[in-house]
Design a protein around this ligand. Sequence first.
Ligand code: ZN
Length: 562
Amino acid sequence: MSKDATAVSHKLLVQGGFIRQLSSGRYSMLPLGYKVSKKIEQVIREEVEKTGAQELIVPTLHPIELWQQANRDKKFGSAMMRVKDRNESEFTLGATAEVVMLDLVKQFNVSYKDLPINIYQFSQKFRDEARPTGGLLRTREFVMKDGYSFHKDEEDLKITYQKYWDAYLAIAKKLDINTFPVESDSGAIGGSVSHEFMVEADVGEDTVAICSCGYAANLEKVKFVKGNININDNLKPLQEVDAVRGTTMEDGVKLHGLPLNLQIKDVMYVDENGRYILAIIRGDYMVNETKLKNLVLSNELRHATEEEIREILHSEPGFISPVNIRKNADKKVELIIATDDSLRTVKNCYGGSNKKNIDMLNINIDRDYQPDFEGDIAAANEGDICFTCQKQKLHLIKAVEFGNIFNIGYVYSDPMEGNFIDQDNLPKKMYMGSYGIGIGRALAIIVETHNDDKGIIWPKSVTPYQVHLIGLELTDETTNKSATSLYEKLKSSGIDVLFDDRTDSSAGEKFAVADLLGIPIRIVVSKRSLSQNGFEYKLRTEKESEVLNTNQLIKKILTFYK
Ligand SMILES: [Zn+2]
């Protein structure tokens, strides 16, 4: 096990022999882990089919041209795995399958009568994550249930979207996972409205903002109130002042003796198309880069270097200002000013002047600079006021994503000409949705939320076996016979039994393994139990055991799993 096994699920799954790492972010599912995976798949299958979805499977290697048609190769960027075949044709190892599913549906020249189409698969997905972590929580290769729906319009999508929403809640309930949907950014999949089904967990890499009014959103989407600071003040004349100071926000506060929330924070980015993007925001907030990307429609952002700021934009690091920067910058570069709406809550701000050691006072939006894009690009903080109820404070919690549903719209059908023939005999674009659940991730979440200091405690629905049968002192012929006979009887009653018939392990060792593996029911056959005319029955969650005869046992087990 790697030294960075900090997630409980990672440790327990390796110790219990459920998984083994092949290379970073790639795990083999051993027989125990595979059994659990298959059960999770079955739970998902049963509920997803209730949405009207039909299961199929498409190839793992996708022709790169399909991804290029939809411009998705750029969106996925370096997370995409590329391979070439013997003819030098380029493919990508499927990270998600929107383009392939749309291409498939297109081949049937569908009409409005065929819609909606709702299809899904379980298949291996590949994402070249920079930092795979937490065992099965973030891997580079995993099985995913990915569903896709095709509609005549958004109204029709909403019906299927709601069915998937209900299905996900039903799946989570069966898996005994406590999940809550949050509004989220669609990320590389694309689209407008999306929801992630999150599970609160300390090991979580995502932060989610929740409010007691019921609102919940990913940090990349969360809306909060940016209170007015001095909105009724009159505009004062713009003024340049000497400012021999350092380059931090605090240096500005100290020098001018003015509050941080009147300072303008400037962050200069460069996107994948070489556009310079000056993000500006009220001094007490930070820029959320995903919100910024969505506002200015960039896929990737990096900070501009000091050289670029000086030589191309003719500004000065630490003294950047939206005022006049466009005038100063090289004419050959595209420069965009993206403004957070918090700058509407303040008047007479202060900040740099694009010149070293000179600041400006009384900077005002519209009068002194004009944004190209204006919107919410601020990162939420613990205690910010919820925008939905305008009253309660937002609470930030750590969470793991269990599943997601995307309202994709025309992101793929537009560039790929994914059309259907409508009632008026004219081609129209299909409206799409997509729906994912990672199986390994779900398995890890179950373990994260179902364990104690001794090991895993599986929910009934996905336990690898129904009963963990332990035989003690099996070198004794009578005991051995009784144990083997019980094993056969349980099996012939349709009960799935793991039989620990090892003769080289102590009772203590066998009990510890049973606790680690976490099968809900443990049965012990020993000289002692036989002297009481039965077998010891104990639940993984309880301390006390009872002695039952064969018929009582079978009845009890079948009732437990009913
Ligand atoms: Zn609220």
